[in-house]
Ligand binder design. Sequence first.
Ligand code: SME
Length: 166
Amino acid sequence: MYDFKPAAPLASDELYRELLGAADALTAGEPDAVANMANVAALLSEFLPDLNWAGFYRVAPAKTGGVDELVLGPFAGRPACIRIPFGIGVCGAAAQSRATQLVADVHAFPGHIACDAASASELVVPVLRNGAVIAVIDLDSPSPARFTAADAAGIEALAGLLADRI
Ligand code: SME
């Protein structure tokens, strides 16, 4: 059994240092992308308080072929929408712009996709490999304005670590 969860609430810097260390330990030397995303989704959900969804959308071809879109990957939370076109919703905005989306109030975000009515704020970070987006990491919270710049920086560091492991 792996027990990576911090024993007590940690300050943000320390929390992300531990989270990255655990993610590194679990994914180092493992080439299977699904296994790595699954373990990291579980870590996110264990480490970060006040989330109702944590996981991945991967860039993959549309069902009809051709254009790429975001396709649901490993996650912790309620069942979610499976396919999201680039440019749609918070995840699609992150994929299209290749930039982190820190959204304090999802209901004010144009085109927000409500997978879980409980979600109030959201953080989506693109995973870039050689400058191209290969996935996004999506965190949802039932609390408004749950995510800070420190969360964005921590998840961006995680995305950097995972770029060649997923
Ligand atoms: N709310 C997201 C969709 C994904 S779910 O939150 C899991 C969005 O607007 O992109």
